[in-house]
Design a protein around this ligand. Sequence first.
Ligand code: PLP
Length: 411
Amino acid sequence: DSAIDKFTAKNPQSAAALERARAVLPGGNTRSSLWSAPFPLCIASGEGCRIRDVDGNTYVDFLGEFTAGIFGHSSPILARALADAHARGINLSSHTPYEVELAERLVARFPSMDRVRFANSGTEATIMAITAARLTTGRERIIAFEGGYHGGVATFIPGADRVNAPYQFDVLPFDDLTAVQAAFAHDPQIAAVLVEPMQGAGGCRVASTAFLAGLRSLCDSHGAVLIFDEVQTARMAEGGMQARLGITPDMTTVGKFFGGGLAFGAFGGRASIMDRFDPARPDALAHAGTFNNNSLTMATGVAAIDHYLTPAALEALFERGETFRGRLNAAFGASGLPFEATGLGSIMNIHARLETADSSAALRRLLQFGMMAKGQYFAARGLIALSLAIGDAEIEGFFTALTEVLADIAG
Ligand code: PLP
C-alpha cells in the first residue's frame, strides 16, 4: 500500500477533480473503463506521445486511449484537416463531399466491405450491424463470446452487472468451435455470429485462425451472417485482421481511429446486406443519426488514412508491437514474477497470474503504480496500445523502468 500512498501524495489535484465530479457524475465517472482505485488521473493535456495530469506530472502514454489514440496527441496534419473542415461550416444540413471520400477509402481497405455506413461510436456500429443481420435474415439469435466486448451495450466480460442491449445473445466460450457447432445443431436459425479476431477488452485473447475459419464455414452452411468486430484489430494491417488471415466476414465494424481522433464508428459489408439501407428501396431499413456524416470527423478521417494509416506504417507498428510484447515476456521471465503479456501487434495486455483474482489484481497494481511513479502510463487492467507517436527512446525508457520496477517487486 505504500505504492498507493505515494500515488495519492503525488496527485492531490486529480483526487480533488474526482471529488468535484462526484456531485454531478455518478462516482465522478462517465466512462466505466477509466475507473481505478484509489482514483483515476485527471489528464489536462497531451503532446506527441506524452500526457500531463492536473498536478503537472508527465507520462509517456502507453495506453494510447484504449487503442483509439494511434496518432498520439498532437498532429499538425490532423489539426489542419479539422480546422479546414471547421472553416467550411460546422453542421452542413445535408450530404458533404467528405463522406464519400472516407467511404471510398474504407471500402477499398476491407475485403468484406462493398458498402459502408457511418455512426458515432464502435458501440453504435456494432448494434447496427447486429440489427442489419437480424432484419436481413429474418432471424433473432446472435452468437457472441465470453470475454467479448462490442461496446457499452454489448459486453460479455464477467464482472460487474452490465447494461446490455435487449437482444437475444447466445454467449459461448471463446475460441471453442465445438460449442458453436453444437449451437447451430441445436438451432440452425441463428442470425449472426459476432466475434473479435482478438478480444481486446477481454484481455487481448487472440482467436485461433482455425476458430475463425470454422465460424466462416458454419455461417456459410447455415445462412448466418458472420460479423467481425475489428474496432480494435483494424490497425493490424491495411485491411485489418481479415486481410491478415485471409478470412472474409459478411460484415465488419470499425471505429476508434478512423475518424482521425474524433468520435467515430462504421459498419460495412456485402452489398446484398448493406443495400437494404438504400432509402429509395421499398423495403429500406432506416438508420438516421445527426452526426453520422459530420464533416469534421469525415474530413479528419480522410487525412488520417492518407497520411498515417498507410500499409507500411501499420506493418511497421505491428512488428514493433510484436517485438515489444516479446521483450515484455522476456523481462517477466527473467524477473521470476508471474506476469505474462498476451496480444497481437501493437495491442497487448499484461496479466498477473497468481492463485486468486484478488492477489493477481494486487500484483498487477504494484507493477502499474511502480511504472507510473517512473512516468510510464498504461491501463490499470494491463492494456498497452502503442501509438505511432512513440519512438525508440520512449521504448527503451519503458524497459529500463520495467526492469527496475520488477526488481523492486521481486526484492
Ligand atoms: N468493439 C470493440 C472490439 C471495442 O474494443 C470497442 C471499444 O473499446 C467497441 C466495440 C466500442 O467502441 P466505442 O467505445 O467507440 O463505442
